[in-house]
Design a protein around this ligand. Sequence first.
Ligand code: AMP
Ligand code: MN
Ligand code: MN
Ligand code: MN
Length: 293
Amino acid sequence: MPESKLLSQLLNADLHCHSTVSDGTLEPETLAARAKAGGVELWALTDHDEIGGLARARAAALCEGLAWLSGCEISVTFAGTTVHIIGLGFDADDAALREGLARTRGGREARAREMAAGLAQVGIPGAFEGALPFVGNPELISRTHFARFLVERGYCADTGEVFRRYLTEGKPGFVPHRWASLGDAVRWIVQAGGVAVIAHPARYKFTPTEEYALFSEFKAHGGRGVEVVTGSHSAAEALKYGEMALEFDLLASRGSDFHSPDESRIDLGTLPDLPGALTPVWQALADQVQWPA
Ligand code: AMP
Ligand code: MN
Ligand code: MN
Ligand code: MN
């Protein structure tokens, strides 16, 4: 891909996906090959609260001939809800970022044990031990790993059903957890030289007032982008958040949020283009993109 294509809105950029380093089922190298096969030109691996897969992702991307950006997806608690903030193009050796992510990951194991206790009470014993074989990174046990265990044991037909019946607020395996603050997450990314992006905004159950507060506070902390086109947005939601990007003067991002061939509806590289008139986030990341030889 010529470097001038970074100016184009039609670049096939996929800046959101997960590997075995968090809750995806494919290794970083397999994802890079899949991104290439799917036509991706610019790729970022964005594991939850973790950058331990980036060196492998970078090497594999450059080997496949993909332009590459560093990435991660940070779990944040805002207005009592979990919000995800994507970081792109940061220095992965930045000490404050690494320390902040390690702190955000801490507590996942204790939370998982509490989740298992809740599930045991409704007749699902051994969920902690059962989820472990699905976990690629011991510091990153997530609800997704419990969901895979429950599907494997036949409690539910698919992971979506597990979340609906067991793992969301008010359900027996849900344990409220305090993640990073919005300001901290944005600052870790920005001070490491990256761009912070609100992930899949349509997924949060905010009132219009809370959503306005999220966007304004995010900007006040130095956030610059919003995911407009993503695997979990409908066409109407992409339009809505395209308008929000214009209203708040935010850069627009695009990413599949691919986790697994068996679970993800949208594959790497297959998303629709960004709606017109938006400035793609990759235009602001030209200096951070790593190019294949
Ligand atoms: P955690 O960070 O442990 O709270 O897990 C959050 C992850 O669970 C998300 O990143 C998704 O991969 C997955 N997830 C959340 N909600 C759902 C859902 N309704 N269906 C399937 N997966 C979900
Ligand atoms: Mn996930
Ligand atoms: Mn997310
Ligand atoms: Mn994600």
